[in-house]
Design a protein around this ligand. Structure first.
Ligand code: C2E
Ligand code: MG
Ligand code: MG
Ligand code: MG
Length: 280
């Protein structure tokens, strides 16, 4: 009996791997088609300004709505596209999609809120002119640069190369805020704070998942340090009122998480957007 069961487990596991490999090959061979046919969608998750309780903006997160495989979350397509240095296509698609959405939002008499979008380290190593591409999209769609912030994950800063410090400086010169994603998930945290002038630090959601005394004390210290450096903070993965209350006490700037909303298509958030001031 035992023999039979374990064989079956192995069999499921192998089918799973086969399916994953199939999706990986599908994703890398159809990335251009996915963008052309709008299989790549942008979902938005609100960031709440903790002191006022008001929505302050959104994180833009990609989804792949595949006609065969259904809705694919980023773990199904981001790593394989990163490996081939093709993820910049997804990242630029987020920017141009929000640019078009801003125009729709304004047309119906609402004000857009800022978004932050994720870029991968390989965007800067793929040989394309990333800065030029971003500038071109921003100009073509007349996007206000204050509405766009760039998220760079802490792990992208690993290694000695100058590519990331130069990128941060370049994005600043272009007029974008640069936000550090997943702070505390790597081993370089303090150096990173010392060396890079990030506008916002997003605290990795592991601290909210654990939420024991130790994690809370670390989050408190990160927020104190950030505040004294003039840097705003986001707590990621906020799921309970208890967590929110704690974040309010320690002076964290924004909260993001399922307590407020999962990531959803833009029209789900129209009711959160301010009305456009009239000209009268
Ligand atoms: P991230 O940038 O750290 O994004 C936050 C992730 O946490 C999102 O997962 C979001 O759905 C999830 N999340 C938010 N609140 C909660 C919560 O309260 N509880 C839990 N358990 N999870 C929460 P998602 O959308 O699956 O994205 C995963 C990662 O994939 C992102 O992590 C980001 O690193 C990457 N990613 C997503 N979209 C893009 C993209 O367009 N370009 C690039 N380069 N990377 C992307
Ligand atoms: Mg992010
Ligand atoms: Mg994050
Ligand atoms: Mg992450």
């Amino acid at each position: 009996r035992y023999q039979k069961d374990s064989r079956q487990v192995v069999q499921y596991f192998e089918e799973d791997l086969k399916k994953q490999e199939e999706i990986r090959l599908h994703v890398i061979s159809s990335i251009d088609k996915a963008i052309q046919n709008q299989w790549l969608r942008v979902y938005y998750q609100p960031l709440i300004h903790i002191q006022s309780g008001k929505p302050a903006g959104f994180e833009a997160l990609s989804r792949w709505e595949d006609p065969v495989y259904g809705l694919l979350t980023p773990d199904k397509f981001v790593p394989s596209l990163e490996n081939l240095r093709l993820i910049y296509k997804v990242d630029l698609n987020v920017l141009s999609t929000y640019g078009r959405e801003i125009q729709k939002i304004q047309k119906i008499g609402l004000e857009p809120l800022p978004i932050s979008f994720n870029i991968s380290r390989t965007d800067l190593e793929s040989g394309i002119d990333l800065y030029g591409e971003i500038e071109r999209i921003v100009n073509a769609l007349a996007i206000d640069k204050n509405l766009i912030h760039i998220e760079i994950t802490e792990s992208a800063l690993n290694g000695d190369s100058l590519i990331m410090p130069q990128a941060i400086e370049h994005f600043h010169r272009m007029g974008f805020e640069v936000w550090m994603d997943d702070f505390g998930s790597g081993y370089s945290s303090l150096n990173v704070l010392k060396d890079y002038p990030f506008d916002v630090i997003k605290i990795d959601m592991e601290f909210m998942k654990k939420f024991d005394e130790r994690s809370k004390q670390i989050v408190r210290s990160i927020c104190e340090m950030a505040t004294s450096l003039g840097t705003r903070t986001v707590a990621e993965g906020v799921e309970t009122k208890e967590q929110l209350q704690f974040l309010q006490q320690i002076g964290c700037t924004y909260a993001q998480g399922y307590l407020f909303s999962k990531p959803k298509p833009v029209q789900e958030f129209f009711s959160l957007l301010p009305k456009r001031p009239s000209n009268y």
